[in-house]
Write a new protein. Structure first.
Length: 350
């Protein structure tokens, strides 16, 4: 695997000197140099602090960097999620974590500034987190559905951090059932890299009614998501798709695949003319993710139960363009125990 030009700026061989390590740290501006072997495998790291401490201890700039490099370092695989990487960074106070492939070769580097400090987008996001989660009882007798943990982190926190990673800085949480648990966990959002405000539903308002509780009409398209999703949706691509298509509303679409567990017969006048053994069918389904033009908020009734699919259907009835954005990334709607088990990796995907 070839190291990219960007990564090569901070890479040095094990034979490099302390001066060359410092030059790599300076070139990359990341306060770290990565020591690699001839096969592009990461064998150690040298931080800015390592170099300074070595010099203060009397090391020469011509000394081998190998003497001060950290051979026991922290790295993640190529499949690590933003949430997992951020957890690790917070736990270990890291600002950079190398990415390695299965062979230990350098594949990239995660930077804290990119995960929680991405260029801010003007778009607001509304996460619907007020549901009771009847189908997940008895778990939801104690916690609201969006606060159920997957891999040690509440589903809702995963969503918030995912949005922050794409530059969303203003997030609204529509809350109702056990709202105090959600508000106590997130506060004003400052610990999560954003500003969080709460839309408190006195009664359930459906997937669309909470839009009427927004304190103002946003200037830019609004992103709306169900609060029980575990997904790696590319938020930037969906917003760009909406803008480029000139859509009034855009709906995230996920392919639902079902395999019939029996042989299916095609009959004609009492005779079997074809046999399909355990056929697989697929349908595009609503992924519970929307981008809405701000003017659509005026169509939402106040303090009334209302669903977002109704708003989408109204747009279609008016011959207004409605986009279908394909969610190709991982997507699980954690609405039932079976989906929760899938999200937790306790069962195989269907």
């Amino acid at each position: 695997m070839a190291i990219t030009e960007h990564l090569s700026r901070i890479c040095i061989p094990a034979t490099a000197t302390l001066r060359e390590a410092l030059e790599a740290i300076d070139r990359g501006g990341l306060e770290i140099a990565l020591v690699t072997d001839d096969l592009a495998r990461l064998v150690g790291v040298v931080t800015d602090g390592d170099a300074r401490r070595a010099i203060l201890a009397g090391a020469s700039l011509q000394d081998p960097a190998e003497r001060l490099m950290q051979k026991r370092f922290t790295a993640v695989g190529t499949n690590a999620t933003r949430a997992e990487v951020l957890d690790l960074m917070r736990a270990r106070s890291f600002e950079q974590i190398p990415i390695l492939d299965a062979m230990g070769r350098l594949a990239g580097i995660h930077l804290l500034q990119e995960i929680i400090g991405a260029v801010s987008r003007p778009n607001w996001a509304l996460i619907l987190a007020g549901g009771r989660g009847e189908r997940l009882r008895p778990l939801t007798d104690f916690v609201p559905k969006p606060m159920i943990k997957v891999a040690g982190r509440p589903i809702l926190e995963r969503l918030v951090l995912h949005l922050v990673g794409f530059g969303i800085r203003r997030v609204f949480l529509a809350v109702n059932y056990k709202a105090e648990m959600i508000e106590g966990h997130f506060g004003d959002g400052s610990d999560f890299g954003c500003h969080i405000e709460y839309l408190r539903e006195e009664k359930p308002l459906g997937t669309g009614g909470a839009l009427g509780l927004l304190p103002a009409v946003p200037v830019d398209p609004l992103l709306v998501l169900n609060g029980d999703l575990v997904t790696q949706l590319d938020v930037g691509q969906m917003l760009a798709f909406h803008a480029d298509g000139g859509y009034k509303a855009t709906v995230g679409v996920h392919e639902y695949v079902h395999t019939v567990p029996f042989g299916v017969l095609e009959l004609q006048e009492g005779s079997i003319v074809a046999v399909r053994e355990k056929p697989t069918e697929s349908w595009p389904t609503n992924a519970g993710i929307y981008v809405l033009d701000p003017e659509l908020l005026a169509r939402v009734p106040q303090a009334t139960y209302f669903s977002l699919p109704e708003l989408v259907e109204e747009c279609i009835d008016r011959n207004e363009a409605v986009g279908a954005f394909q969610v190709e990334e991982d997507w699980i709607d954690v609405g039932r125990h079976q989906e929760l088990q899938r999200a937790r990796g306790e069962t195989e995907n269907p």
